[in-house]
Design a protein around this ligand. Structure first.
Ligand code: FE2
Ligand code: FE2
Length: 341
């Protein structure tokens, strides 16, 4: 994967430094915004900060061409990442009210109630019956950022668990990774969807084309996955993902069929209709329910993680539908065109 184009002074400087051998970046900027007090401009800085955080996290996944692997644990880079994480945690806190902490036994029910109360606009209904091919392609371009590493951020949680919740998480992840068959890995199925739409199926190909809201969807998973103290939120996040997947994926498949997509391109969506109906139960009861029983003090974190997943999904839907309503692209560059192979 190549480093994308910078989106402001932060990424401009960071990407230039990453092209060099690992060295000390100096102290990270201070203050509430990514640039410190004086330069804080939430509208201007947000894209810059989400992209910088995404790139810091990506060093723990596949890394970048031309960026030394040793940057991953460079203390000054980690200090910058922590600075960005503090900003991002505030960004989340302003957008996601913390749900009340339920008693342990009621966690699966509280998760279901949170999901049922979600009244965000339905992106899947639009994609099923109204989107044109260009819009469907844009949707898939956004989704490629996470879907080509599907399940990886939640896998960070495995060594942080014991017993029943660990077994439940491994059971879900095993399906996500194809149960030992590489061609059935969900990330691989998604590559077939990209190819079916004439898009580039290589990892991170569209990183430079997606806006901050799409990056935030991945960043929140890495934030929860890479911090043990956030393990409750990580599990709640995964549960909300699985509990809101089956019906939308059925609609995505119907929409793609309407637009002429063949079975191979639709396979990813069809697979999730069945698989996530099962994962939903495992995630809510065996994973979150059992974890809550062992950690009654973390039930609020589980619900908060789920609320973050739902809120970001809503922001994402609002962004795409809003842009399309105005007849504009939902991608990052206003003149962006998706390269069709
Ligand atoms: Fe999946
Ligand atoms: Fe799943």
């Amino acid at each position: 994967m190549q480093l994308p184009a910078p989106r402001g002074p932060l990424t401009e400087r960071l990407f230039a430094e990453l092209a060099r051998p690992p060295h000390d970046l100096g102290p990270p900027p201070a203050g509430p915004g990514p640039y410190g007090d004086r330069h804080y401009d939430p509208c201007f800085g947000e894209e810059d900060a989400q992209l910088a955080l995404f790139v810091c996290y990506e060093l723990h996944y596949q890394g970048f061409d031309g960026v030394d692997d040793r940057w991953e644990w460079n203390p000054s880079l980690l200090a910058l990442r922590e600075r960005l994480e503090t900003w991002f945690e505030g960004w989340l806190a302003r957008r996601v009210p913390r749900p009340p902490a339920p008693p342990s036994r009621q966690v699966p029910r509280a998760l279901a109630a949170l999901v049922a109360a979600d009244d965000g606009p339905s992106l899947s209904a639009y994609l099923r019956s109204r989107a044109d091919t260009a819009q469907f392609r844009e949707f898939v371009v956004h989704r490629s950022i996470y879907q080509l590493k599907e399940a990886d951020p939640h896998t960070w949680g495995i060594p942080r668990l014991l017993g029943r919740p660990k077994a439940a998480l491994v059971e879900i992840q095993s399906d996500e990774y194809g149960g030992g068959r590489p061609e059935r890995m969900h990330a691989e199925l998604f590559r077939a969807t990209l190819r079916g739409l004439g898009l580039d199926d290589s990892y991170g190909a569209y990183l430079g084309l997606v806006p901050g809201v799409t990056l935030a969807i991945s960043n929140v998973m890495s934030l929860f996955g890479l911090h043990r103290r956030r393990r409750g939120a990580l599990l709640g996040h995964l549960a909300a993902f699985e509990m809101t997947s089956s019906l939308p994926n059925r609609r995505y498949s119907q929409g793609l069929r309407r637009l002429g997509g063949d079975a191979g391109a639709r396979h990813y969506f069809d697979e999730h209709v069945q698989a996530d109906a099962v994962h939903e139960q495992i995630a809510a009861h065996d994973m979150c329910g059992a974890f809550a029983a062992e950690h009654p003090g973390l039930t609020g974190d589980i619900l908060y993680g789920a609320a973050c997943a739902l809120a970001l999904d809503r922001l994402f839907a609002e962004h795409l539908l809003g842009r399309w309503r105005e007849g504009r692209t939902s991608l990052w560059e206003t003149d962006a065109e998706v390269t069709v192979r």
